[in-house]
Write a protein of this length. Sequence first.
Length: 524
Amino acid sequence: MVPAADGSPLRTDHYFPRTQGDFPTLLVRSPYGRGLPWSPMYGVLFAEQGFHVVIQSCRGTGGSGGRFDLWRNEAADGLATVSWLREQPWFTGTLGTVGPSYLGYVQWALALDPPPELKAMVVQVGLHDPYALFHAGGALHLENALVVGAGMTYQHQGVLPFTRAVLRLQRRLREITTARPLRGAHVSALGEVPWLDDVMTHPDAGDPYWHGASLAGAAERLDIPTALITGWHDALADQTFEQYGRLRRAGCETSLLVGPWTHTSALQQGWPEVFSESLAWLRAHLCDDPAGLRPTPVRVHVGGEGTWRDLDDWPPASGMTAWFPAANGALTRQTPGEPTPLTTFRYDPADPTPSLGGPVLSRGAGPRDNKALEARDDVLTFTSAPLAGPVDVLGPVSARLRLSTDTGCADVFARLCDVDAQGRSFNVCDGLTALRTTGQSLSEVTVPMSSTAHRFAAGHRIRLQISGGAHPRFARNPGTGEPAADATGLTPVHITLHTGSALTLPGAAEAGGTSGGSSGGAER
């Protein structure tokens, strides 16, 4: 039992090599318990490699005392744990941290005021901004919020309680996500989770409720070598890219590994690469053994090509290429003239456009064939001609959309897809942004669609998909102007797309031309 900042006992396990010698220490703080998978994947594996490993249950979880309060106690409790480590006869004064998801958040919390013993960090599919996990683009990340609620409430209780909670959530997901209002609807599956209602009903990032939640500032002044790991379909990928950018601007030694993974598959199918990368970084900075480090700061897996690519930075320097939606569902490089209405679709929150794949925390994450989704009347698609040669897209993707609505209240979801020779349409990256207009006036909105490293093969086609939502990944827009968590009414909306809208791709040359990518040879 290790005393927390307020004196609460924090239950802590210590793994160590069964041999003589001095070894550096790794601190792993978790709200998900200390058993599976943390014990074998972090305690045993890293101790076998020559580290003391301290795995600790956060306050109010896994047998630790006190009350768990999402994000508010981690900085103080982390420093209290380091103070305890200083008194241990086996502690050499050399400390590293490692862990995924919220186990990454506690690392950033410790880095706000890093103790002098902290020499290296490895943040795997990590969190630094809870607000951005639950809200983005003016919309509530509904499905992810529910999954986080299940994980935070039940995973530290053991495999059986957690499994039962997940199964209850799956069975009742439709009932919960279509409830009016959403507030409190999760109780039937998860029981009372007060903080879950809180995060769902505070959609404004400037609300005092979120004060101190984001730890972005830690990376802006950090000088501790930090390795970052994520996947292209990780729900926290954008946070990892933000972390990398801040660390690079601060001059901090950092590395970035991005694989073909979701949030969970990074620790499953991706574990050989993730463990190898993590171990090499920790050995280099805690054991003075840089032999396992790769030569470049960035390594990304290129989708469509299925290969790894080493880069000097992320995103790589490249031009930007615009592809324009046109009549008859075409996607073209030809610049349009003055904005005119192109096509209109109807979004009905009583029958919301469903979500499919993408960066979610639940089952079914990642790339999926969108053919059935794209057959719906409330989904627009704009598709290029077959590519005469391969086209590489490496970096952030966005859509600049010119839109009007009949109600003034709508969301717009944009997705980049790769259409193969068989007509299958696989999602590459996407995003959603709330649209607020006055009457039927024309508005221009930019939809950030995350980042990717993807090769569109010769003969494939580039597709822009547009709809009014992706439910239950995002809470449906009720069309009434009410907050999503409290809405009780539903009003359909007609959304009109105008010419002059554009899909913006980094380093993507015109089909048949020289592909861009890391060489920066794209047309502008």
